[in-house]
Design a protein around this ligand. Structure first.
Ligand code: GYE
Length: 307
């Protein structure tokens, strides 16, 4: 056949896609499940050559990792932006290098949205609203105002900004609730415990705690117990993620509810990577469908929980 292309020595069909992944850190059990999910999905695909780096909670470090991926000429970069802002420069560099960027789990705020290709993750505003809706439905005070303490995730991160926004949006429609304080943590168990202990020691004991993730809620539960109070009863505790540890706390009656945030994004990320590498068009937003969980069903749900 004289129409065969010249042999360049490069077999395109067996060339692996070099994927650079820059994860946020190791702050929570959600993150551990998310990291595992990406590793597993990449590991199961012979077409993917995964390079994964941990930014350990530092934006500067994450930017360095992305720059190294550019030097290493990866085909696709997937990263979870620690905070929303400050990405223009490095994303301009990835664009100039012709490397498509996938945002996994957290979003960025940049003026030029052509700096990234797709976002794969959850609707954090809706998660905040779900927690507030549950509260309004289940814990309407008999009289007076119910005071809420909010424990925020990492300052400037998309989940902290948006969960706060959604939660307060719904609560503000109901006169029975007031966010007494909204303290900034960092999605860790330790920060939840420290912020709750501080509130208690200042005598600011709320009737409700809304933590932006399970780890912080579990830390807060610890602090409530240390102060001789009953979490889940004397102080209602709500959180987001719905990890296995949260189900255990719900079963024990210490956590009242958790809004689901699915960390198992690996398969969707790998699919997007392959589509991009193949030059296919992909959706701008790939949003995960999620629900809420409370004590009534925790016992049943825990048996099938994967994270
Ligand atoms: O809820 C929290 C984690 O970005 C959605 O980060 C993620 C959040 C998650 O540390 O547990």
């Amino acid at each position: 056949n004289d129409r065969q292309p010249p042999n360049t020595g490069l077999d395109v069909s067996t060339k692996k896609i070099k994927l650079g992944v820059a994860i946020v850190g190791s702050e929570s059990s959600w993150r551990a499940a998310n990291t595992e999910s990406i590793k597993n999905a990449a590991g199961q695909d012979v077409g993917i050559d995964l390079m994964m780096q941990n930014a350990e909670g530092s934006q500067d470090k994450q930017i360095e990792i992305i720059r190294r991926f550019i030097q290493q000429k990866v085909d696709v970069i997937a990263f979870t932006p620690i905070v929303e802002t400050g990405w223009e420069q490095v994303l301009t560099e990835t664009k100039a290098a012709g490397i498509p960027v996938i945002l996994t789990d957290r979003k960025v705020k940049v003026e030029d949205d052509s700096l990234w290709t797709t976002f794969i993750g959850s609707d954090f505003v809706e998660e905040g609203r779900r927690a507030a809706r549950w509260l309004v439905e289940h814990k309407a005070a008999d009289s007076g105002v119910t005071n809420v303490l909010e424990l925020q995730g990492t300052a400037g991160s998309a989940p902290a900004i948006e969960r706060k926004q959604g939660f307060e949006e719904v609560l503000s429609l109901s006169s029975g609730f007031r966010v007494l304080d909204s303290e900034i943590g960092d999605f860790t168990y330790e920060s939840g415990q420290a912020l709750m202990s501080k509130a208690i020691s200042l005598g600011k004991i709320p009737q409700v705690v809304f933590a932006h993730n399970d780890d912080m809620a579990l830390g807060a539960i610890k602090a409530i117990e240390k102060a001789g109070l009953k979490p889940g009863k004397e102080i209602v505790v709500l959180s987001v993620d719905a990890t296995k540890l949260a189900f255990q706390a719900m079963q024990a009656g210490k956590l009242n509810m958790s809004v689901e945030c699915n960390p198992l994004l690996g398969p969707q990320i790998i699919k997007a990577v392959k589509d991009l590498a193949a030059g296919k068009e992909i959706p701008v937003n790939i949003i995960t469908a999620e629900g809420i969980f409370s004590q009534d069903t925790a016992k049943r749900d825990i048996s099938t929980r994967k994270y």
